[in-house]
Ligand binder design. Structure first.
Ligand code: NAD
Length: 349
């Protein structure tokens, strides 16, 4: 989709989210406004905010809005641990068939524990252990004596995500895809994923190299030598875990954006959750969500604005040395956004 017409507005659903969500979303929207981003926002509630507003963690108004716009910027949504309602994030991915979760990790602040990290985790987003097929078997008076969970991978789902990962590599100048699995133990569930992804890899031979790793070895190698990785493609649960690990390589969750992509819709978000421990304190790093909005700009055919935003981010972090606490600075969420807006406006002027 190309929308390089300044007068054209792109309708997009806006979900502030829970916890730090409203704080970081306010920062992101102010930055996008300064940039002249072409979005026409349709605000909706979901998660705990949806429960408080209408008793529903995924209200029909939010679903209808995304059905119409096919595009959303979303803050983190709280999910109760253990019991309670099912994750609204998982339901959104299912509802809109957002089968690919793209999580780029790029070093933005040099001099950390790891420098020059530039890798992308592509996580299958609809299958695997996330399908939520779980139950308990009671024994005697213990209702929860046994817990059983099943994963589901389909050949079609594995084909789709593998093809997405290789196409992503080709379209983004990437050289290698590493297929990550646990096919030595989960021979059927992740064996199907591995075998299918390798078949797809053969179609890209000469353009994109293929490697494979067992997930535990991959987790260790990401700590020892992350530079060997380029694009990682993996199943839902492994992708969930590894992408948080990868976020740690570039300064933590405050620096990690993600896009949930399907054929008919896309939802962009920070990888992190609602951060209840710092919510309301005004100190959350808004960068993950702002970087997610840069991904969103590229997605709608405005890589020019995305590049301008990334340049302003680099200047703010590294020339002005304005950073939030989680990446070694002292700026509040608002101070960081103000500094970034100054740089964005300079770039626009
Ligand atoms: P979390 O990501 O919210 O927080 C983990 C740690 O990272 C905390 O110490 C937090 O303060 C810190 N952190 C997170 N974002 C930060 C930011 N922007 N700036 C600075 N520090 C930041 O993970 P959690 O505590 O396990 O989860 C809290 C809630 O969020 C749960 O209900 C969970 O289900 C939900 N969650 C939602 C999403 C999503 O909406 N995509 C993703 C993950 C977790």
């Amino acid at each position: 989709m190309s929308t390089n017409d300044a007068s054209l507005k792109i309708p997009a659903t806006l979900i502030e989210g829970d916890g730090v969500g409203p704080e970081i979303m306010d920062a992101a929207i102010r930055v996008l406004d300064a940039l002249g981003a072409p979005f026409e926002w349709h605000p909706c509630k979901a998660g705990m905010a949806g429960v408080k507003d209408s008793g529903d963690p995924l209200p029909p108004a939010a679903l209808d809005s995304i059905r119409k716009t096919g595009l959303a910027l979303k803050g983190p949504l709280e999910t109760p641990v253990g019991g309670g309602y099912r994750s609204s994030n998982v339901r959104l991915r299912e509802e809109f068939h957002l089968y690919a979760n793209v999580r780029p990790a790029l070093t933005l602040v040099p001099g950390g524990r790891y420098d020059n990290i530039d890798l992308v985790t592509i996580r299958e987003n609809l299958e695997g252990m996330y399908v939520g097929f779980e139950h308990y078997i009671p024994i005697g008076d213990d209702e929860h004596a046994v817990a059983i969970g099943s994963g589901v991978n389909t050949r079609a789902g594995c084909l789709r995500i593998a093809k997405f990962a290789y196409d992503y590599a080709v379209n983004n100048g990437r050289k290698k895809v590493t297929i990550v699995h646990k096919a030595n133990i989960l021979k059927a569930l992740t064996g199907l994923f591995r075998d299918t992804a390798k078949e797809v890899g053969r179609l890209y031979e000469g353009r994109v190299a293929t490697e494979e790793r067992i997930v535990d070895a991959c987790a260790m190698q990401l700590v020892l030598n992350p530079w060997q990785f380029d694009v990682i493609v993996t199943t839902n649960l492994f992708g969930d875990i590894l992408s948080d690990e990868v976020a740690g390589l570039v300064g933590g969750l405050g620096m990690a954006p993600g896009g949930n992509i399907g054929d008919g819709a896309a939802i962009f978000e920070a990888v992190h959750g609602s951060a209840p421990d710092i919510a309301g304190k005004g100190i959350a790093n808004p960068l993950a969500l702002i970087l997610a909005s840069a991904m969103m700009l590229s997605h709608v055919g405005r890589p020019d604005l995305a590049a301008r935003l990334r340049k302003a981010i680099n200047q703010t972090l590294n020339e002005d040395s304005v950073r939030t606490k989680d990446v070694g600075g002292t700026a509040s969420t608002r101070e960081f956004a103000d500094a970034l807006i100054r740089r964005v406006l300079q770039a626009v002027a």
